[in-house]
Structure formats: C-alpha cells, structure tokens
Design a protein around this ligand. Sequence first.
Ligand code: HEC
Length: 257
Amino acid sequence: MPELHRMYFHFSELPLSMRALFTCALIVLGTGYLFAMIYIYLNNEGRDGIAGLSQEDLVIAYSGSKSDTRLEGALKASMSSMLPNEEKNIIVNWVRRGTEKAEFEAQVQPVFEKRCLACHDGSNPHIPNLITYEDAIHVAALDTGMTIPTLVRVSHIHLFGITFIFFVLGFIFSHAFVRPRWLKSLVVVLPFCAVFLDIGSWYLTKIHPGFAWVVMIGGGLMGMSFAFMWVVSFYQIWFYKLPANVTRPDANPYVAR
Ligand code: HEC
C-alpha cells in the first residue's frame, strides 16, 4: 500500500477556504497567461512581413533585421494600421533611397504630420519623437534589435514575475496526487529551468539567429508545465478522490514509526 508523506495533504483534505483561494488564484493566473500569449503574438507577429508568428519574427525582435530599419519594422508590425499602403511606400522608399533631407521635407514629413505626430510629438518619452529630420533619421538607422539595456530590463522583470507565477502555481500543484513522484517534481522544476533557457537565448539570438528556436522551446516548455499543473490542480480540487489504497502514515497513531 503506498503511503503518503506526513507533510503532504491532498486538496480533498484541505479546508474549503483554501480550496476556494487556490481556485481563484488558478483562474486569475490562467487568464493572465492567456493575455501574455496574446501580447507576445500581437507584439511580434508580422515583423518579417508575413502574417503569423514565426522564428524569423523572433530573430528580428531580438537581433534585428539585417535589411530593415526600426522605422520599417514598426510600419510592418505595430504601426501598420496607422496609415494606408501608398503612404507607407513613400516612407519606405525614402529610407531605401538613403534618407535625403529634401525628400523628407517634401514627402515624408507631411505623412508624419498627418498620421504619426498625434502620438510621436515628444509628449511620451517612451516612444520615438518624429518631429524633425534628425528625429526621423534616428529611427531610420539599421535595426539592431532590442538593445542590451532593454534586454536587461525585461530580463529582471521576467525573472521576478515568472518566479512568483510558478511558485504560486507549483505550491498549489504540490497538493495534487500525481505518480510517479519524479514526474510531479519534474513538472514543478521545469518552468524554472525554462526561464533561463528562454532569457539566455534572447541574448544569444543576437549572436546566432538559431537561438530563436531555443526561445520558442523555452516558452513552449513553460506553457506545457503551466497547462499541466493548472488542469490537474483544478480537476483535483473539485472532482478527485484519493485512491482507496493510499494511506496516511498516522492512520493508526499507536503504530511505532
Ligand atoms: C495612436 C498613437 C500612435 C500613432 C498615431 C503612431 N504611433 Fe508609432 N508608436 C506608438 C506607441 C505607443 C509605440 C511604442 C509601442 C510599440 O512599439 O508598439 C510606437 C512605436 C513606434 C516606433 C518604434 C518601434 C520600435 O521598434 O522601437 C516607430 C518607429 C513608430 N512608432 C513609427 C510610427 C509612424 C511612422 C507612425 C505614423 C505612420 C506612427 N508610429 C503612428 C503610438 C503611435
């Protein structure tokens, strides 16, 4: 007869308030994860000019495009809905022809004034200013991907955030009944390994584009263990009974141990 660890309590042995708390945490974390996936998709999809998220999109995001400038990258992805295609071509052609000042003033500046300056007038310090020729030149330089300071900033946010998410989820999941034991521990540990794989590859993708695959594999592993822990926990909190042949070590307090 398999015996439970004396420190282990299955969900069904926990008070209702704890099961309610775990359930709420699962629902909010699950929704958060969903929005994170949507965010990753919307933010990176189409960087290579082709709809949908691909390895090439991630390579461009982290190491830059060997043919695109930040301006062109933005026009293809997040800024693409801001202007019609004819005006997009005016800007792209200006960049490709070598960003001449006269052409900027004659053709590009009117488009910027009409379509872009509502937001890019310098009032928001986090987005590039597009008022003058010098401002525009700045984003028309060759795209080298996310800068190291940006990666460092996003890394520390990720490391802290993901630790919290997977600590909470793993703690809840630790009350599930899963055999073999090694599998249960593996599922808890995996996302913590995957986060290093993921973040490490952001930097390495700058050196070799092949690491964009590792970014995707890291994200995939994290997603798989998240889904597994979430589904198993949710199911076992409300619908699962421990198998009848599982016993507590203290089922009979008079048995010497
Ligand atoms: C409704 C507000 C708004 C308008 C209009 C707008 N942008 Fe943006 N733009 C943003 C925001 C917010 C960001 C930063 C977040 C992002 O990259 O999506 C941004 C980012 C950018 C970036 C930087 C992208 C990067 O990789 O760092 C460029 C370049 C850009 N916009 C160009 C343009 C151009 C060109 C137009 C006009 C055709 C335009 N934007 C119109 C809000 C706007």
